[in-house]
Design a binder for this molecule. Sequence first.
Ligand code: ATP
Ligand code: MG
Length: 383
Amino acid sequence: MTSAEIIAIGTELLLGETQDTNTRDMAIFLKENGIDLYRTTIIGDNKDRITAAIREALGRADIVITSGGLGPTVDDPTREAVAAAAGVETVFSEELWAQIEDRFRRFGRTATSNNKKQAFIPKGAIPVENRVGTAPAFIVEVENNVIISLPGVPRELQHLLKTKIQPYLNSRYGDRQIIGIKVLHTSGLGESQVDELISDLETHSNPTVGLSAHPGQVDIRITAKGKDQSVVDEMLDNMASEVSLRLGDRIFGEDQVSLEEIAVKKIKETGLKAEIFHQGLGVKFETRLVTANFPENNIHSILNKIDLKNKDDCNSLTENYSKQGSTLIMIACLFENGEQHKLFLKLETPTKQLTDSVSYGGPPELSQDWAANQVFDFLRRNL
Ligand code: ATP
Ligand code: MG
């Protein structure tokens, strides 16, 4: 399979002044075009370091895509660096210069001698016209490898990827495979528990299976490569079925589905009026409920209203609310307990009463996210 590396060029990226969104755009572009991305690099506006980075990347991947550093100023060294990596000089392109002059004329301006610098490209490079900006791009073919240099302005980069680079890749690497991804979400199991259940699947090469853990939620990402969408979809579905067999109802959804959406859907299906009381779960918990269309008026933060110190205090709260017929009451209290956090959960409906208490020893700043996911998981599994 065709492979690529990305090099985002710009000292402003290393200084944290500009967020590197181009790498993400290029990564998505490569994925959608069936090209394996091996590595990404961010590097400052330094010719020698860029040359070295390109040479190294060419040793590992078929295609190297750079973004940035194509402007007319001295601190835009990409042209020179690419030429050095390809072992050629830069040469003046009349064709590019005519395009640059024409573009300036259309903007009602005159190109300066500085802009002439932008008409220099590595010898033998294929010029890529940039109709949405002034920095022209180019492609250099070096034996079996290709270096593609695109401007740093995100809008220009996106435009050129779609209109110029995609057709180029289609003609050069016609038999490319496409990549598909399916994400299965689980809750109620830790990362190592999920890992134990599917560790043999994680060694597959196509599709690949990988885990990403969040507090109280573990995602399983399945990635398949194949010659067309139907082949890829079938591979994804088969692997998803195998994973589902192992994990059963610990899987709550796929792709864009959120845990709170499932929990709120389950609550609504009961037809009961639902009230949720919580202590210590924070505003984010409430926001997630409201975003999942749970009525804001039925969420009650009991923080600071009653001095709750343990689960008995929390439990006693239900006394005041449980005598109301067709009501569903959910109480969740998060306590600090030394090094650990403890979450007390109570669910009461006209037909059932359930309590649970779970401990958390992860990073304290993630305890609320963890607790919120525990609450949603408790609701979705018990309703
Ligand atoms: P120009 O001719 O417009 O200068 P260029 O190719 O020289 O194009 P740069 O000067 O490196 O591009 O960057 C132009 C703009 O794009 C700057 O505002 C820069 O901060 C932004 N930019 C550069 N690289 C990235 C990136 N990786 N992600 C997001 N923005 C970027
Ligand atoms: Mg720059």
